[in-house]
Design a protein around this ligand. Structure first.
Ligand code: AMP
Length: 210
């Protein structure tokens, strides 16, 4: 098992890239920290109950809470698998926790998208609460409006995708997550791709970089 980390702002398209690639290659496993947390909130586990208020505000949940979930997924992932780790680490403390697991990091790919584009991307974002597939009303519409192509569930707008919370999430990204760019650059692991392209092109650029 090895890990490719996807770095990028909320709405940069990292989740779409990772889920599409994992769907076409069984050796790739998409692990989204946001999906793990939303799953815990939906189930009402102790971690989910704790995480909910942070997530609704757009702030980060406590490092230990999400790190325990990620460590569990790493522990249960074996064999010839590349984990596409999306949304974790989100700050330097989490990157250090990840290093302690000694799971090998193959590369870190920064999906670069300007802030102005992010707001437009997120405002059209729709997600499948069942299979986690992501859509966009203009850039990546489902075949039938409001219905997931993959599993038929009704698509939803995430609670934290409202414009005010998006602004807060971008501030969190710049303050807490962006320092990871220098952190991984110093280790010689960082690659950058232009995330402001068609979904198919983004996926190709990512594949070449990872
Ligand atoms: P995402 O789906 O990656 O945009 O994450 C949605 C929300 O889940 C974030 O705004 C945070 O509140 C929380 N979250 C996801 N990943 C992490 C993480 N690695 N550390 C702390 N909070 C996280």
């Amino acid at each position: 098992m090895n890990i490719v980390i996807l770095l990028g702002a909320p709405g940069s398209g990292k989740g779409t890239i990772a889920s599409n690639l994992a769907a076409e290659n069984t050796n790739l496993k998409h692990v989204s920290s946001g999906d793990l947390l939303r799953g815990a909130v939906a189930k009402g586990t102790a971690a989910g109950v704790e995480a909910k208020a942070y997530m609704e505000k757009g702030s980060l949940v406590p490092d230990a809470l999400i790190a325990e979930m990620i460590k569990d997924v790493i522990a249960e992932t074996e064999g010839d698998v590349t984990m596409l780790l999306d949304g974790f680490p989100r700050n330097v403390a989490q990157a250090e926790i990840l290093e302690k697991t000694q799971a090998p990091i193959k590369s870190v790919v920064l999906v670069d998208v300007p802030d102005e584009i992010i707001a437009e991307r997120i405002s059209g974002r729709r997600s499948c609460p069942e299979c986690k597939a992501g859509y966009h009303v203009k850039a990546l519409p489902p075949k039938v409006e409001g219905v997931c192509d993959k599993c038929g569930a009704a698509l939803v707008i995430r609670k934290d995708d409202n414009p005010d919370t998006v602004k807060d999430r971008l501030v969190v990204y710049h303050n807490e997550t962006e320092p990871l760019i220098a952190f991984y650059e110093a280790k010689g692991l960082l690659k950058r791709i232009d995330g402001n392209q068609e979904p198919q092109k983004n996926a190709e650029a990512f594949k070449a970089a990872m």
